[in-house]
Design a protein around this ligand. Structure first.
Ligand code: ZN
Length: 411
């Protein structure tokens, strides 16, 4: 173990970490520096391993590879262990040590899009130096507890909610809450869909991010005007699925809150609904209940907007109509299938009958009589399917030929 940071010489220092172990692998362009125990080191520092890795990437101008699930971290190219050790110390100075007491006791906090160090040892709360590249990444992927939605202290102006007078007093939480706004900014500034999805997922670290807020943040911050485009991307569908799962009402509320009453979206609502249905995000049952006004929307949610929901429903009529017809058609197809099955059965029975006829032929028919059977099989089944009759005739004719051949050879 070495001290945090490594240049502190006190052998009995209480803050220690494992020395970073590396392994350079590969040749030529494929050469890579594996950081074998970065996850362990990061645990000692109390930071997500992706922070120091991205710091190294920026410092050495190296492409990074990071796999949380496999605990893998590496840099493209060959980097010396000594250089990494010094770089890690710089990272520690910036993001792990308290600027005042110099102990590695800080928690990183986010306030209004800026990073703060919150020291548990001396109580110092200070804005961090935001000049390094990875600050943006930290803002987008904050450590657990860095942001937490707390209800706004100021009560809402009365004029903002004229219609809720009769209902029980709703929470002060509104979509203008600074921390919701902050999350939205972070999500909006992330242009890579997969990353935005991860950030959204990480928001669930705080229980204050209820499904309704999350649905709103997803539609507004992750998809916004690109919703339809992103729905052709499996990543986009997965993000939607994570939010829709188990919370169809919140999902619809979030959707209506963002796209409802927006004239530009009027013609796209049905398309969006079709994608939701087709990708199993919202089931037929949900749509049925919505039509019947049987969905239970949480009317106290800041995301709830009755008028927007009605607007969406009205403009989804093309889809809802299609769904209704599709259901009816499905039933018709079912019936047709039943009928088809019946027909198959009848044909099977006929085939059995044919077999019986064949057997009879083989066992005891003489050449002359066989012709009679052919005629008989035709005449005894009036109205039968022609194909079946034809089949029987062909079978019998070929047998007849065989019998004749046999007879001739035999003689
Ligand atoms: Zn301190």
């Amino acid at each position: 173990m070495i001290n945090i940071p490594s240049y502190i010489k006190d052998p009995s220092y209480r803050y220690q970490m494992p020395a970073l172990k590396i392994k350079v692998e590969g040749k030529g362009n494929g050469i890579r520096t594996k950081l074998l125990n970065l996850f362990e080191v990061s645990r000692s520092l109390g930071v997500p391993p992706e922070y120091p890795l991205r710091y190294f990437g920026a410092e050495f101008g190296a492409i990074i590879e990071f796999k949380q699930s496999e605990q893998k971290a590496m840099l493209n190219g060959s980097v010396r262990g000594e250089d990494l050790k010094n770089s890690l110390d710089h990272f520690i100075e910036k993001f792990v040590l308290c600027p005042k007491c110099k102990y590695p006791e800080i928690s990183i906090r986010i306030k209004k899009g800026e990073l703060y160090s919150d020291c548990k040892a001396c109580g110092e709360f200070r804005k961090m130096d935001m000049t390094h590249k990875i600050c943006n990444f930290i803002l987008k992927s904050p450590p657990p507890g860095a942001t937490k939605i707390t209800p706004a202290k100021k009560p809402e102006p009365v004029s903002a909610k004229p219609k809720s007078s009769g209902k029980k007093k709703s929470k002060a939480l509104t979509l203008k809450n600074p921390e919701i706004v902050e999350c939205l900014e972070i999500l909006t500034s992330e242009h890579e869909l997969a990353r935005a999805g991860e950030i959204l997922t990480n928001l669930s670290v705080s229980k204050d991010y209820e499904a309704d807020i999350k649905a709103y943040l997803m539609f507004k911050g992750v998809f916004n005007s690109n919703l339809i485009v992103h729905m052709s991307n499996p990543i986009g569908i997965q993000i939607l699925k994570n939010v829709a799962n188990g919370c169809p009402e919140d999902f619809l509320m979030g959707f209506a809150c963002v796209y409802g009453n927006d004239e530009a979206w009027k013609s796209k609502i049905s398309t969006a609904m079709f994608h939701f249905y087709n990708n199993d995000l919202l089931t037929e049952e949900v749509f049925d209940n919505w039509i019947k006004d049987d969905l239970e929307f949480n009317e106290t949610s800041p995301v709830y907007n009755e008028q927007a929901l009605n607007w969406v429903k009205t403009n989804a009529s093309e889809f809802l109509e299609w769904l209704k017809n599709a259901e009816e058609e499905e039933e018709e197809v079912k019936e047709e299938n039943e009928e088809a099955k019946e027909e198959v059965k009848i044909e099977e029975i006929k085939a059995e009958e044919t077999k019986v006829v064949k057997k009879d032929d083989e066992s005891n028919l003489k050449v002359n009589e066989t012709k009679g059977v052919v005629e008989e099989s035709k005449s005894t089944k009036p109205g039968d399917n022609d194909k079946v009759s034809e089949g029987i005739t062909k079978d019998l004719m070929s047998q007849l030929n065989n019998v004749e051949d046999f007879d001739i050879d035999d003689i």
